[in-house]
Design a protein around this ligand. Structure first.
Ligand code: KIV
Length: 285
């Protein structure tokens, strides 16, 4: 009997928080990785604009375009049956007008996302969140360290480090919730501040560098697999060393081709003895 797969929705997120069941999320940018993440039972896949660094090799997320996000969202959506697919709205794609924001978010939904994520909680952003939700588009907020604001923040700095700043973050999170966001990513926030925010919101918080009390956790797939060649933040746990596996395999391939050890017989196609003979190659014994 085929077991029915029940896709995760915004409603599932809410229920998981009510039931104190942790929500898992990982980033993915391609078909096969997304398929494996989904098969492992991870609840949600984020096509994060972190792909600017992990896939496209930029220093920040600021160069990522809507075109980039659409390509990777389409690829990820082909591999997923259960996990909720969330796509980042990239820098400048939701800062100009409500019309443009809705059009861009709509394109990500048409590419296969079930929700979009955007950063910040200014009055302008809150209006956008409200408008998107009214238009039938699920929205995830992102507070704390918000990579698209790297230049105004002034570096990779922990946010909400005092009582006052924790209250400010909670206020921003509540406004996002009131305007329709169904979950909020909290990045690089002290554990106690993230706990306080999580305990005072109805919607789930998904932490990245925000401690164990968040309602869920998200990490960048390249970081947990040990693939990204750049700096790895303290909050990452590396579960594998794919970089080492890749370097070994690629070096072996390179050496075997140079030494004429590859391809082997089992990797080649052959003519029949008769056709081979016509080409003047000796009949094998
Ligand atoms: O872009 C991304 O991958 C993200 C996560 C780090 C939350 O926003």
């Amino acid at each position: 009997m085929i077991k029915e797969i029940k896709p995760i929705s915004a409603r599932t997120f809410r229920k998981m928080k009510e039931n104190k069941e942790k929500i898992t999320m990982l980033t993915a940018y391609d078909f096969s990785t997304a398929k494996y993440i989904d098969e492992c039972g991870v609840d949600s896949i984020l096509i994060g604009d972190s792909l600017g660094m992990t896939i496209l090799g930029y220093d920040t997320t600021l160069n990522v375009t809507m075109e980039d996000m659409l390509i990777f969202t389409k690829a990820v959506s082909k591999g997923v049956k259960r996990a909720m697919i969330i796509a980042d709205l990239p820098f400048l794609s939701y800062h100009i007008s409500k019309e443009q924001t809705t059009l861009n978010a709509g394109k990500l939904i048409q590419a296969g996302a079930k929700a979009v994520k955007l950063e910040g909680a200014s009055d302008f952003i809150l209006e956008e969140v409200n408008h998107l939700t009214q238009s039938g588009i699920n929205v995830v907020g992102h507070l704390g360290f918000t990579p698209q604001y790297i230049n105004t923040i002034g570096g990779y700095l922990i946010q909400g480090k005092s009582y006052e700043n924790t209250i400010k973050l909670l206020d921003a999170a509540k406004k996002l919730e009131d305007n329709g966001a169904f979950a909020i990513v909290l990045e690089m926030v002290p554990e106690e501040s993230a706990r306080y925010i999580s305990e005072n919101l109805s919607v789930p918080t998904i932490g990245i560098g925000a401690g164990k009390y968040c309602d869920g956790q998200v990490l960048v797939i390249d970081d947990i697999l040990g693939k990204y060649p750049g700096n790895i933040p303290k909050f990452v746990k590396q579960y594998a060393n794919i970089k080492e596996i890749m370097l070994n395999a690629i070096s072996q391939y390179n050496a075997e081709v140079k030494n004429c050890q590859f391809p082997h017989k089992e990797n080649s196609f052959n003519l029949t003895e008769e056709e081979k003979n016509k080409l003047g190659y000796a009949i094998s014994k």
